[in-house]
Write a protein of this length. Structure first.
Length: 115
């Protein structure tokens, strides 16, 4: 079963302008590291457990703004984050783009017809 994990804790000021926080988050399983990120920063993080469970994050240790720490944790993990609002992030796997199959025509904006 695919479960949407909604983890909510107390807030920090605007994520982009948040103060530097002393963080120490071990490298490891993304769901565990994200839970520790939430605990240490007070930010909200939305993620689908099954979508991130096979990803690993990097350790972060030192003083970081929340967004800086999250970016450092997710570097090279195959996961990306986006802001939802001033204290909430979503985390999801990076979208994979595949080239079209041979013989498949690509649509160009000029090829699209108005409705």
């Amino acid at each position: 079963m695919v479960a949407l994990s909604l983890l909510l804790l107390g807030g920090v000021a605007v994520a982009e302008k948040s103060p530097k926080l002393r963080l120490k988050i071990a490298a490891g399983s993304a769901p565990i590291a994200l839970s520790e990120f939430i605990h240490q920063t007070g930010m909200q993080v939305l993620f689908e457990f099954d979508a991130v469970r096979n990803h690993s994050t990097r350790a972060v240790s030192g003083q970081f703004a929340a967004a800086e720490a999250l970016a450092a944790m997710l570097e090279g993990s195959g996961l990306v984050y986006e802001f939802v609002n001033d204290r909430t992030f979503t985390v999801r796997p990076r979208a994979l783009t595949r080239p079209p199959a041979e013989g498949t025509a690509r649509s160009k904006p000029a090829d699209l017809l108005p409705l």
